[in-house]
Design a protein around this ligand. Structure first.
Ligand code: CDP
Ligand code: CDP
Length: 209
């Protein structure tokens, strides 16, 4: 069983994907981390994110980098959204994601284009969303916990910029697959959102099987 979980920043897709992987005992891939690794490699080398050639040159990162907490910062997330818009960067990361999705027994992947491009044949597709304001509040809280000194307005502006860039790019833009079930987590606790996600998976697998 392949479970594809897509959605914008801080919608709760990572939390839901991890919980589904635990519940169904499936391996999980946070695909955003791959684009974050490209951005981090580029930053470390002092290259130019807007340059497609520089971004492509940063795709050969070591797997150990994926565990670096720096990848989870806003600085890297912002640049990840810039490098991910370059089609050859997406092409360089495609095979790895498809292989992960197609491993025997199945997998859970979360990102922006899992249900549309990486695994269009996934048995279950969820599109997780929440209002920009609520997503900004969640991200702001996380950043404050990390000790970052940033305002809610700034976080909201960043979220809106990233939403726009991710949904307007020509290659694999973020969008809800036609056959995806929508899960709006705006007014759900984490537990409630996870229970709802499990119910949607059960519904889909019953309908399909
Ligand atoms: O956790 P958050 O949603 O903030 O970010 P992420 O999932 O780590 O993704 C960082 C950036 O990578 C996104 O803004 C997208 O531009 C890009 N991304 C993508 O293009 N396709 C994916 N499947 C996953 C992430
Ligand atoms: O992966 P994505 O960027 O979509 O979001 P996440 O990392 O799963 O969640 C972003 C933040 O929102 C985390 O701090 C979660 O604990 C929190 N969250 C929440 O408050 N309520 C939910 N229903 C889901 C997530």
């Amino acid at each position: 069983m392949i479970i594809a979980v897509d959605g914008p920043a801080a919608s709760g897709k990572g939390t839901i994907a991890r919980a589904l992987a635990r519940h169904y005992n499936l391996p999980h891939l946070d695909t955003g981390l791959l684009y974050r690794a490209v951005a981090a490699t580029l930053l470390r080398a002092g290259l130019e994110p807007a340059s497609e050639a520089d971004a492509v040159a940063s795709c050969g990162f070591e797997d150990e980098l994926l565990g670096d907490p720096w990848l989870r910062t806003d600085e890297v997330g912002r640049l990840a959204s810039v490098v991910s818009a370059h089609p050859p960067v997406r092409a360089a990361l495609l095979e790895r994601q498809r292989n992960f999705a197609r491993q025997p027994g199945g997998a859970v992947l979360d990102g922006r284009d899992i249900g549309t491009v990486i695994a269009p044949d996934a048995e279950v597709k969820l599109f997780v969303k929440a209002t920009p304001t609520i997503r900004a509040q969640r991200r702001h809280l996380e950043l404050r916990k990390q000790g970052a000194d940033t305002s809610l307005d700034k976080v909201l502006a960043d979220i809106r910029t990233r939403d726009e860039r991710d949904s307007q790019r020509s290659e694999a833009p973020m969008r809800q697959a036609e056959d995806a079930a929508v899960l709006d987590t705006s007014f759900l606790s984490i537990d409630a959102a996870v229970q709802r996600a499990i119910a949607l998976v059960e519904q889909r697998t019953r309908a399909g099987g």
